[in-house]
Design a protein around this ligand. Structure first.
Ligand code: GDD
Ligand code: MN
Length: 364
């Protein structure tokens, strides 16, 4: 642990939040000063016509340091947060809404999860044990739940839609963040570099002052954002692995057919054709898995290819062994039991292939 005192940068994106400034900024100062946490407050305002910036200026003289950065280009919630990251000077960045939906009292715990407990990211989570949502209509709860479910394969975080999170600057250094959606945390969880994520349970309270800026456009925008994140190299690797495996099977069949046409259909021709189509499919899978499924282009391609091939041959041997065992020892020959046996064997072999690839061939 470092002995130097670490500093927190609180980033608050705003659009027409004048009245909330007088509520949240003094409260933040009070709580952070009470905990002895060095901090700066950055209000990232999209040139709000209601005088949000002036409100910050008035407050900042009296109590402590709070800066308002007025943005006139590239407006929007995510771009404002990303610019906040660029301007922040602390050792930990924390993002929260202006409207007191995110409890200010949770900020020290989120800061300490990083500085004391060694997390890279901490998330103020409504779905962690002890968290919740106050007075939301059922419809909004259902939409929120469905949205979180669709993001499940992308991250282990239970509340990736949260706009309340803290992180080490190293998490986003060099990450190709796009300010596409409103869900900047999800973008970071998919593209950032981190080992440890901690969830701090919070109760989300609907705003009392001002209006929500996020309307129905948000849903379409979210779906587009999700699609882009699913296609991003390295995200949801198991789904990508299955998809690549499926295309590999087509390559296998196509080349096998071609070879048999070229060579003829004798017993040894079959063996040659099978081997060549197997090798072609493994190579095809290798390329896609290296660049897309696991985004492992930084490792040595030769080593990865060699290992990937070993895993494939090993899995093939397991398949042969298990099938033979089922048929000859257990006597599974009749339909539909033979199909069930084959299906079970394929599942086992797929898992072997996946784990072998992830934990060994493409290990980072
Ligand atoms: N700079 C900037 N530009 N800030 C914006 C913009 C914008 O275009 N739109 C909204 N904000 C600010 C608001 O001023 C507020 O501080 C914060 O972003 C959240 O906006 P709300 O309008 O209060 O959104 P919400 O309450 O519907 O959404 C909240 O809950 C979601 C989870 O359900 C936000 O926390 C989201 O980030 C969160 O995902
Ligand atoms: Mn809100």
């Amino acid at each position: 642990m470092s002995t130097r005192k670490e500093k927190l940068s609180v980033i608050i994106p705003t659009y027409n939040e004048r009245e909330n400034m007088a509520l949240i900024i003094p409260r933040l100062h009070e709580i952070l000063a009470g905990e002895g946490i060095d901090h700066e407050i950055l209000v990232m305002d999209d040139d709000s016509p209601d005088g949000t910036a002036e409100a910050v200026k008035e407050l900042s003289g009296t109590i402590g340091e709070a800066r308002c950065i007025v943005r006139k280009k590239d407006r929007g919630l995510s771009p404002a947060v990303i610019e906040g990251f660029r301007r922040a000077k602390g050792d930990v960045y924390l993002v929260m809404d202006a409207d007191l939906s995110h409890p200010v009292e949770a900020v020290p715990a989120m800061f300490h999860a990083i500085t004391r407990d060694g997390a890279d990211i901490s998330v103020g989570s409504r779905h962690a044990k002890g968290g919740g949502i106050e007075n939301w209509p059922l419809k909004r709860k259902v939409i929120s739940w469905g949205a979180a479910l669709m993001a499940r394969p992308l991250t282990s975080c239970s509340d990736p839609m949260s706009g309340f999170f803290a992180l080490r600057p190293s998490v986003i250094e060099g990450a190709p963040l796009k300010a596409r959606g409103y869900k900047i945390l999800l973008e970071i969880l998919v593209k950032g570099r981190y080992d440890r994520l901690v969830e701090v349970p919070i109760t989300f309270r609907d705003r009392e002052v001002g209006e929500s800026k996020l309307g129905s456009r948000v849903i379409v925008n979210y779906l587009e954002h999700l699609l882009a994140l699913y296609l991003h190299p390295g995200s949801a690797p198991f789904m990508k692995f299955l998809f690549v495996g499926g295309t590999g099977m087509l390559v296998d069949l196509g080349i096998l057919t071609l070879m048999l046409l070229l060579l003829g259909e004798g017993r040894s021709e079959y063996l040659v054709s099978q081997s060549i189509s197997f090798a072609a499919a493994v190579s095809w899978n290798f390329v896609w898995n290296r660049f897309w499924t696991f985004d492992a282009r930084s490792g040595s391609a030769g080593t990865q290819y060699f290992r990937f091939f070993i895993v494939a041959i090993f899995a093939f041997a397991v398949r042969f062994l298990l099938t033979t065992l089922g048929v000859d020892v257990l006597g599974v020959r009749e339909q539909p039991y033979y199909q069930m046996l084959t299906l079970g064997v394929i599942v086992v072999v797929t898992i072997i292939n996946y784990l072998g690839s992830r934990l060994w061939a493409f290990r980072k």
